[in-house]
Write a protein that binds this ligand. Structure first.
Ligand code: AMP
Ligand code: ZN
Length: 469
């Protein structure tokens, strides 16, 4: 399995630190609003990387944080007149709902920055003790960037070019810095903002330190993969390397993976530019499986332009797979013979060849665009060879392979059979009878069974009404 490593700018063979295990950290969102579909790109991409590694037999420890203390969260809290924690909790819950709807698996651990302050104080102290950090007069603690000899190795930037060419690196408190390149590890509190006590001043952490600390706490000093969108390469990931490697004295991450941007009209989709659609917006028009399919139809390192036309194409593509699996289910339920004929066995060898092509595409730096084409080939193969007289074993094998490969991509392609109006009415009658007999457990069971099928019951004075959710 080869992974393109931003650090070496090359595809490298993946060799885990510990055999059979993967330690992976993905920088998560700052939670002050609903996530947009640009934020969804790394979630879908790296969830697919994780799923493929699990398919290959690795045990993946997948950590992804929520940044729950930040200027934007505080600003929103002040606007609403509530605590910052109210805002972050609300949007973490919403983000988890969106992730589930996109079939993004929950991480092994989703740490929150505000729960990890102790670890941050600890790492900052180590950096101060080792001479990599210093306290300025107002209590701010800065990282002494020039002391870290390898600074710039991830973003392939030269320190002197940085200083000369990019004055915007001078952030608040710049006059107290020893050097324009130094960045904040800890900053003093401001009136009305959340803060923690520290040896330097009452205040809160800078953004970069949280990922170094959470990665170390949940995955150890050295990890296999660190990932995020390409805007994080500099300065965020460069600063994480400087912090972690100076504090721990070890290589931080072996493979650095970065997804390219999701654009709209060839500009990066972002909250600040205002050119965004939330995942929630998209869910009003499309099944979010279509969004997932759309994201995977491009390689993760290629920019992807969002458009209604491409979403329609994704919808058609996704539905082609769903329809094919639906047909296979029909044939499976109506097959006249069980065991496979010699001819069918021969045909299945072709299917195995296609499955090998899928792995080949994914082994080549997770080429999901090619992997999805292989699923299409398989669908075409199934549509051509599965027929009324096929055996259940043959049809079952085709269906299993398509759903297995789709599942590695996190695509749900087998739809629950739609429940018919007659069945709903029958279950409602049974529920009424159960209630009359005071069998409330059965009544609740029926309500939940219907809910799982998307049917919502409403008890009104005129009787029970139902609607499809
Ligand atoms: P943020 O909440 O801005 O820190 O972003 C969370 C994650 O989404 C990071 O990995 C970003 O790199 C990523 N991200 C933000 N905008 C985009 C975009 N338009 N395309 C791809 N990834 C993005
Ligand atoms: Zn991070």
């Amino acid at each position: 399995m080869k992974i393109y490593n931003t650090l070496s700018k090359k595809k490298e063979e993946f060799i885990p630190i510990e055999e059979g295990k993967v330690r992976m950290y993905v920088c998560g969102p700052t939670v002050y609003n609903l996530i947009h579909i640009g934020n969804a790109r790394p979630m879908i991409v790296f969830d697919t990387v994780r799923r493929y590694m699990e398919h290959k037999g690795y045990e993946v420890n997948y950590v992804s944080n929520f940044t729950d203390v930040d200027d934007k969260i505080i600003k929103k809290a002040i606007e609403e007149g509530v605590d910052a924690g109210v805002i972050s909790k609300r949007y973490i819950a919403e983000c988890k709902k969106d992730m589930a709807a996109m079939n993004v698996k929950p991480a092994t651990t989703h740490p929150l920055a505000t729960n990890e302050i102790c670890g941050m104080l600890d790492m900052i102290q180590t950096l101060v003790d080792k001479g990599y950090a210093y306290r300025a007069a107002d209590g701010t603690v800065y990282y002494r960037t020039r002391k870290f000899q390898e600074y710039g190795k991830l973003s392939h930037k030269n320190l002197d070019d940085l200083q000369g060419g990019n004055r915007s690196l001078l952030v608040s408190g710049e006059d107290q810095k020893e050097d324009a390149l130094d960045f904040v590890l800890w900053k003093p509190k401001k009136e009305g903002e959340p803060y923690w006590e520290s040896p330097w001043c009452d205040g809160r952490p800078g953004w970069h330190i949280e990922c170094s600390v959470m990665s170390r706490r949940y995955l150890g000093d050295e990890i296999d993969i660190h990932a995020g969108g390409e805007d994080l390469i500099f300065p965020h990931h460069e600063n994480e390397i400087a912090q972690s490697e100076a504090a721990n004295g070890k290589t931080f991450a072996r493979y650095w993976m970065h997804n390219a941007f999701l654009n709209i009209d060839n500009r990066k989709m972002s909250k600040s530019a205002g050119n965004f659609f939330t995942v929630r917006d998209i869910s009003e028009k499309y099944d979010l499986q279509v969004l997932r399919f759309f994201m995977l139809s491009a390689h993760y390192r290629s920019p992807l332009n969002f458009s209604g036309e491409l979403m329609e194409a994704a919808k058609n593509g996704y539905e082609r797979i769903v329809t094919s699996v639906g047909n296979l289910n029909y044939l499976l339920n109506n097959a006249s013979s069980v065991t496979m004929s010699g001819e069918e066995k021969e045909l299945l060898k072709g299917m195995d060849g296609l499955a090998a092509k899928f792995d080949e595409a994914m082994d080549d730096d997770f080429n999901t665009a090619d992997a999805v084409s292989v699923i299409f080939e398989l669908v075409k193969f199934a549509n051509t060879h599965a027929e009324e007289k096929s055996s259940a074993a043959f049809v079952g094998a085709l269906k299993e392979k398509i759903t297995e490969l789709a599942d590695i991509c996190g695509l749900i392609v087998e739809k629950e059979e739609a429940i018919l109006d007659g069945d709903i009415e029958r279950l409602i009658e049974e529920r009424q009878a159960a209630r009359k007999a005071k069998n409330f457990a059965r009544a609740d069971e029926i309500r939940n069974e219907l809910l799982n099928k998307g049917i919502v019951l409403e008890d009104t004075r005129e009787g029970v009404k139902w609607k499809r959710a």
